[in-house]
Design a protein around this ligand. Structure first.
Ligand code: FUB
Length: 326
């Protein structure tokens, strides 16, 4: 049986969970961490993943099933390595798996694969999405049917290197008082396979309406965006990377600007923190990962979940993953 704040599965390592409700069940689209000898460095070489497995739960206290491998990098012509954090979306009865990986030049782009079932298998498009770059795609299907894809990650995720719209391998990000880089957003085409137009950077503002600064590492964007809607407000949540928080910002528009609101998850065991937020049967849940099962190995992580609570004013109560058992 599944329990809050315990690994959902223990037979494989899983990370970066993107949770959705499809056909009345909870489907989780995670990365699949492998046991290997790769160097652990700031470029993310230790995250040397090759395929995706999908997890499924009939209910929050039901066992979590592994639906098996649904896509391997050997099936994707443009991919050389590192199948990182994916997400999935549904439109008109078809399911779309969005995933980042390195191409044959070592640049990260976003790919998409299609299935008739939320549990796969997924058939990849032959090339990456034109105009896509960096990592960590997350898709919001808005109430009017428009899909928005959010993405981007610093350091190994290469977001700094795309500031001009082209890949500049030596480009470094802003520093100190300079405006921090935000995640990217693009509207998806009606067939879900391309961008309608070039992606735009999202601005995240502080309480005074000023853009967050690069030095503000407790609040500025690093990687792992997620978008959900609660009572008509758009909630952009993300990892702060170097300070290991999951935080959030809100807006009345899906493309922002967003205003920083607070912290959702305190640091977990392991360097990365990555999450998703989903409503299921009238309650809200946070899916996240940590490295507790592997004894703290950064690249061997496990997906967990717990309940998430809002205050009456729409703010989110901070979760301390090892102190409460909500
Ligand atoms: O899993 C590989 C990378 O680690 C993800 O893309 C990031 O979000 C971080 O969790």
């Amino acid at each position: 049986m599944s329990k809050f704040n315990e690994p959902l599965v223990t037979h494989i390592y899983t990370a970066d969970p993107s949770a959705h409700v499809f056909d009345g069940k909870l489907y989780i689209y995670p990365s699949h961490d492998l046991v290997h000898e790769c160097e652990d460095n700031d470029n993310g070489d230790q995250y040397n993943m090759e395929d995706y497995h999908i997890l499924c739960m009939d209910d929050v206290d039901a066992p979590c099933k592994d639906c098996g491998e649904v896509l391997h990098m050997n099936e994707v012509p443009w991919v050389s390595k590192q199948m990182w954090a994916p997400d999935a979306a549904e439109k008109d009865g078809k399911y779309y798996l969005y995933f980042p990986a390195r191409d044959r030049n070592g640049e990260f782009h976003l790919g998409v694969a299609v299935s008739d079932s939320p549990a796969g298998k997924f058939v990849p498009q032959p090339d990456y999405i034109p105009g896509s770059f960096s990592i960590d795609p997350a898709v919001l299907m808005d109430d009017d049917g428009q899909g928005y894809i959010y993405f981007g990650g610093l350091w190994g995720g290469q977001l700094e290197k795309w500031q001009t719209g082209s890949f500049l391998p030596n480009e470094e990000g802003p520093k100190g008082d300079e405006k921090a880089l935000g995640p990217q957003v693009a509207r998806l085409s009606d067939d879900m396979l391309t961008f309608k137009e070039g992606p735009k950077e999202i601005t995240i503002l502080d309480e005074n309406g000023e853009p967050l600064k690069a030095s503000d590492e407790d609040r500025r964007y690093f990687e792992g965006p997620w978008m959900h809607k609660y009572n008509g407000t758009y909630y952009l949540s993300y990892s702060t990377g170097t300070t290991h928080y999951i935080v959030y910002a809100t807006s009345d528009k899906p493309e922002g600007p967003f205003t920083y609101r607070g912290r959702i998850l305190e640091p977990v065991i392991g360097w990365t923190t990555h999450h998703s937020i989903v409503e299921f049967k009238g309650k809200w849940y946070l899916f996240y990962h940590d490295s507790s099962l592997s004894g703290g190995i950064n690249s061997q992580r496990s997906v967990k979940f717990c309940e998430l609570h809002y205050n009456e004013d729409g703010t989110i109560q901070t979760i301390k993953p090892y102190e409460n058992n909500n």
